[in-house]
Design a protein around this ligand. Structure first.
Ligand SMILES: C[S@@+](CC[C@H](N)C(=O)[O-])C[C@H]1O[C@@H](n2cnc3c(N)ncnc32)[C@H](O)[C@@H]1O
Length: 374
């Protein structure tokens, strides 16, 4: 059995992270610690540009927008210098590597020893420019893979994408070996969709046998969600906050989806990889029942609004569900001050009032689902 440090971290990092973030969230929300603690996690939406066109993408309509007011590298310097080692920085988008500034900006965060993860489609990584980031301890790369070659390329609607991402995963692994480093941990993220669910068992077996990765995380399909959708909400009474965004798999394929889920749950027990779901259910049975009837489930609002935020490439910020906060320039480029600005107050009040059944949270990809008690 491989008990390298990277494998131990890979196995326990997510559980430890979830546990610590729960405690952090409780203190930020109920003890008011958000007034002096830094956010635990910042999702940096580094660009809306994307070279792919995934047929289920929840960012879809907001991709490839003009970006006239991008933060300059000197401004990122200020952000990095004022950032805290307690915060984790997750680069996403759009496709984060579609903004070539990703290399110097991540480099700045790593020079300051910040923990950085990048979520990417894995197709347009410049390996020469990635090299210094690997040398400087880039922690995680999450690569989206939604099927074997034909299926994946059809879902992302760009031929050749699967081959490119596989080549890049192997090249990153080679680079790690050459540099004698164990990070970045490489994870696969895969959405279970009507187009790929039959192929997921073969995909897992392919990944197990051929790809040097640590984890496979599955996402259930989200519907028209506000989760990282790049939609901004400026009024708490916006009708989008009273629309649910639960996605129901079409009835005629639900049995097939359940077979796929059972396959994944069994694989979880035997695979050398860490396999799991990003969606949070109290038990495997709840996960299965949710597929049969998602309307039996609710989401209790969580504490994330008090300790997590999104930062966009023009310096705007938002809460998890897109509620628009202050611009980073208004807080002198100090991320730690973002959540303390008055802009977030209406959203905090809104979540405080949404006790027990928060409708807008149903599309959250990190939500904790619970069965409704009638
Ligand atoms: C919007 S993408 C941006 C980062 C990068 N371009 C990528 O493809 O990973 C972030 C993640 O959201 C997932 N995603 C997009 N639309 C989704 C949906 N409707 N349901 C569930 N996950 C979705 C993607 O598969 C990806 O893992």
């Amino acid at each position: 059995m491989d008990i390298s440090v990277a494998n131990l971290i890979a196995k326990f990092a997510r559980k430890l992270h979830l546990f610590l973030s729960r405690i952090y969230g409780l203190s930020c929300r109920y003890l008011g610690f958000y007034r002096f603690l830094p956010p635990s996690k910042i999702h940096i939406i580094f660009t809306s540009k994307c070279n792919l066109d995934c047929n289920f993408c929840y960012v879809g309509k907001n991709l490839n927008q003009p970006e006239p007011n991008k933060l300059g590298l000197d401004e990122w310097d200020k952000i990095v210098n004022k950032s805290s080692p307690l915060s984790v920085f997750i680069f996403s988008g759009g496709e984060p590597f579609a903004n070539r500034d990703i290399y110097p900006v991540v480099n700045k965060f790593l020079d300051k020893k910040r923990l950085v993860s990048i979520t990417t489609n894995g197709t347009i990584i410049n390996l020469d420019k990635l090299r210094p980031l690997v040398q400087k301890n880039l922690f995680f790369i999450m690569i989206s893979v939604h099927g074997l070659e034909k299926t994946h390329d059809e879902i992302v609607r760009r031929p050749g994408s699967f081959k490119k991402l596989v080549d890049n995963i192997k090249a990153i692994d080679k680079l790690k070996k050459e540099l004698g480093v164990e990070k970045p941990l490489i994870s696969i993220k895969s959405v279970i969709s009507p187009d790929n669910y039959k192929e997921i068992p073969q995909l897992i077996e392919y990944i197990e046998q051929h790809l040097p990765v640590h984890h496979i995380y599955f996402n259930l399909m989200a519907g028209d969600t506000l989760h990282h959708s790049l939609d901004f909400i400026t009024d708490i009474n916006d009708p989008r906050y009273s629309q649910g965004s639960l996605y129901n798999y079409p009835e005629d394929i639900r049995d097939g989806i359940l077979e796929t889920i059972d396959f994944i749950l069994n694989k979880k027990k035997t695979s050398h990889l860490d396999i799991g779901f990003t969606d949070d259910f109290q038990s495997d049975n709840d996960l299965r029942n949710f597929i049969k009837n998602s309307h039996d489930y609710k989401v209790n609002p969580c504490n994330r609004p008090w300790h997590e935020a999104l930062l966009y490439n023009n310096g705007d910020s938002s809460s998890c569900l897109g509620f628009k906060g202050a611009n980073i320039k208004d807080v002198d480029y100090n991320i730690n001050k973002l959540l303390r600005t008055p802009e977030y107050k209406p959203f905090f009040n809104f979540i405080n009032k949404s006790k027990g059944d928060s409708i807008p949270c149903t599309g959250c990809k990190e939500a904790a689902f619970k069965k409704k008690s009638y």
